[in-house]
Design a protein around this ligand. Structure first.
Ligand code: ADP
Ligand code: ZN
Ligand code: ZN
Length: 707
């Protein structure tokens, strides 16, 4: 009799422990089992198998073993335990995140389409073949889809199966998820690119931060490093932020490496994800290009990890388990003994600070391929003539691009038509009843939308508070920007890219293709700031740049710098010089000055001083806990109990923050200079308080503070 220790599928953090069951069937660690748990049956993951129970409790038998072979290898299983501990999440939640939906612990409903395949069999020695059967067998290139073989001869296929020369296996249907572009020819490397590649290849260090200005040719550096790893017979993981925003990058990697690639991102269906995962597991692909969840791919021989736009917030998952992809990257690189290259034009403060401490080696690409950085002007809106939100300068600049048939990108980081709908008579603002924040008006659907919970409501111009029919039109979102722009420039071809226009699968790519094929102006939210490489864009305009600067979050300045510098980086990437106009009421602001002068180091020094003064990361480590409940006093009460439990840490709060989905929320921030001590203290609090009706959401090292 075997005894197995099992993580059971249960969301309570206090059940994040192993339970022992007996099992009379063969089973290995990493397999799923069905176990009795109280009155129910739950799916569980086997963590270890022994032949003696080390518990005095009554041991129940496993109901059923689900998998014949382990779903996760030893490396990934160890990673799950480590990551759960680091993020203060349950191991089962990490295991679920690591696997494609169809393989998750309780995945009864996620159907995967299977296909019959024929593999070489092991025939009994006396099972002789006729000459015809022998010829038929030799004509097959195994493995082959059973349907194909049967098409040639049903009876032969059947006989060969009966005699054991062929065996039948079911495999997930491997649908083509990608279209492979024409192969490219690698350009001659520029001197700085060559130096960067040599440095990375020759250094003894394992972790690198590639700081290259926008348009400095980082992609070519990635592709050469990847080629080198492939030449050594090893695999490559290539991480990109949100794949919808970076179809260009995927295309470039595929143009170089063709069909040796698996693509893994959130727009794939469960079937497609499963197929891609299996291709990696069976060693059929050499490179995986993917977003956050691709960092868990079942590699066996990883030779290089590339993480593009390492500063991007989408690398942090914002639901349980709240992990950061970078931490997984570093852990796996250490396991496989391979190098990891983090890259950005605007590195996160954490990463850049680590280069100063020599945790990462800094490698720089200080120049653009076409040498010139775009010229940046801060347009002072206090003194400018303004029409419908546009300064005269910006309107003239757009007009001249239309005349020269060059392209323009306009950034307004607010979607919808109107950000706020206010009654002109009683000043009442329409708010989301679940979240307590202002609703935005979306004209096309004629609805009010909550940008926090996405709930939407029919729009009625009559004020619900006083009955007045006059609604005030305040502010502007991308939808209105597009409309206004079309009125100002009736002949212009305009493409809009924001969360509303890109909801459908493939919409990103379609919009980018439309812009690439000759539209004049691309307007959008921060999506248009990221990763786009259109050489004909010579003007970038930013409207309401100040919105990004006045947020109260301690990271507001960093996020604003990133967005503005990245947006500027879209201008003048080709042979023609680029221009950037940033509209602001506060041109002296240090973030804007740093962007104007392309001065990352200047921004870094100044921002680090503020962080130091405020005792914020990277000078300290932080955890955020949000308590929520229908009754505000219940949430507050629990938060106060929690706050009182921390001894060695500094605690900020509890403070009441906005509601979410009809729950009142209270936030606690905990800080410590020692990350391990912080993690331990938070776990202890969770173990003592995470039961009862108040919900606890823990985020270790939050990138954004809930407010
Ligand atoms: P980054 O990612 O650093 O912003 P990219 O990798 O997109 O920059 O490169 C910017 C542009 O320069 C791209 O259009 C790319 O094709 C081109 N490029 C890169 N390296 C070279 C090279 N060695 N020779 C010519 N063009 C190059
Ligand atoms: Zn009113
Ligand atoms: Zn809401």
């Amino acid at each position: 009799m075997n005894y197995v220790k099992v993580y059971v599928e249960h969301s309570a953090l206090s059940l994040n422990q192993l339970f022992t069951y007996s099992c009379d069937k063969p089973v290995e660690p990493g397999c799923r089992v069905i176990v009795p748990f109280g009155p129910r049956e739950l799916t569980g993951f086997v963590a270890s198998v022994t032949d003696h129970p080390d518990t005095d409790r009554k041991i129940l038998p496993v109901v059923r073993v689900v998998d014949e072979t382990p779903l996760l290898n030893e490396e990934l299983f160890e990673l799950a335990g480590w990551l759960a501990d680091q993020c203060c999440a349950s191991v089962i939640s990490v295991l679920k995140t690591m696997l494609p939906p169809a393989m998750r612990p309780a995945s009864g409903k996620q159907k995967v389409v299977l296909e019959d395949w024929l593999y070489p069999g092991t025939p009994e020695t006396d099972a002789a073949l006729t000459r015809k059967q022998d010829t038929f067998l030799r004509s097959l290139t195994l493995p082959i889809q059973a349907a194909k073989a049967r098409k040639q001869s049903v009876s032969m296929t059947r006989s060969l199966l009966e005699k054991g020369y062929l065996t039948l296996r079911q495999q997930p249907k491997d649908r083509d998820v990608v279209h492979i572009p024409e192969p490219d020819s690698p350009p001659e490397l520029q001197p700085f690119q060559k130096q960067a590649i040599d440095r990375i290849q020759q250094s003894d260090a394992g972790m690198f931060l590639l700081h290259g200005v926008t348009g400095s040719g980082k992609t070519e550096v990635f592709l050469r490093l990847a080629q080198d790893a492939l030449d050594q017979g090893r695999q490559v993981l290539f991480l990109v932020p949100e794949i919808g925003l970076t179809p260009m990058m995927t295309e470039r990697v595929m143009a170089r490496f063709q069909d040796q690639i698996a693509v893994y991102h959130s727009y794939l269906s469960p079937q497609e994800k499963y197929a891609q995962y299996q291709r990696v597991r069976e060693g059929k692909v050499k490179i995986v290009v993917g977003t956050r969840s691709a960092c868990f791919m079942p590699f066996s021989n990883l030779g290089l990890i590339l993480m593009d736009e390492e500063h991007d917030a989408s690398y942090k998952q914002d639901s349980m388990p709240r992990y950061h992809t970078r931490d997984v990257v570093l852990h796996r690189a250490a396991h496989h003994g391979c190098k990891a290259v983090l890259a950005s034009a605007t590195p996160s403060l954490e990463s850049y600070a680590r280069t100063l401490k020599h945790v990462y080696e800094l490698v720089e690409l200080p120049e653009r391929i076409h040498k010139r950085m775009p010229e940046i002007q801060l347009v002072d809106m206090r003194t400018e003539a303004v029409t419908a939100g546009f300064s005269r300068k910006l309107l003239d600049a757009i007009q001249s691009r239309l005349e020269k048939q060059e392209q323009t990108i306009l950034l307004l980081n607010r979607r919808g038509y109107l950000p706020v709908v206010r009654c002109a008579d009683c000043q009442d603002v329409r708010i989301c009843p679940d979240c307590g924040i202002a609703l935005s008006y979306h004209k096309k659907e004629n609805r009010l939308v909550c940008h926090s919970c996405e709930r939407s409501f029919r729009y009625d111009p009559v004020c619900p508070a006083c009955g007045s029919p006059h609604a005030a039109m305040v502010g502007m979102g991308t939808e209105k920007l597009e409309e206004t722009l079309q009125q100002l420039f009736p002949q212009a071809r305009i493409v809009r890219m924001d969360a509303d226009s890109t909801r459908k699968k493939g919409a990103h790519k379609a919009l980018l293709d439309e812009f690439g094929q000759g539209a004049d102006i691309l307007v959008g939210t921060q999506m248009v700031a990221k990763g786009l490489d259109f050489p004909n864009v010579t003007l970038v305009g930013v409207l309401q740049a100040d919105n990004a600067l006045i947020r109260t979050d301690y990271r507001a300045a960093e996020t604003a710098y990133e967005m503005l510098e990245q947006a500027s980086g879209r201008s003048g990437r080709g042979k023609r010089p680029g221009e950037v106009l940033i509209q602001t009421f506060d041109p002296a602001h240090y973030v804007l000055q740093a962007v104007k002068n392309h001065d990352y180091q200047g921004f870094f020094r100044q921002e680090m001083q503020y962080r130091h003064l405020g005792n914020y990361p990277p000078y300290t480590y932080m955890a955020m806990v949000v308590f929520s409940h229908e009754k505000p006093e219940k949430a507050m009460d629990k938060a106060q109990q929690a706050a009182a439990m921390f001894r060695g840490q500094r605690v900020l709060g509890p403070v009441t923050i906005s509601m979410r989905r009809q729950k009142h929320r209270v936030r606690l921030l905990i800080r410590d200079r020692d990350p391990a001590r912080l993690c331990q203290a938070v776990w202890q609090m969770v173990h003592e308080l995470d039961h009862g009706a108040v919900k606890l959401d823990v985020t270790m090292h939050p990138l954004r503070l809930e407010d």
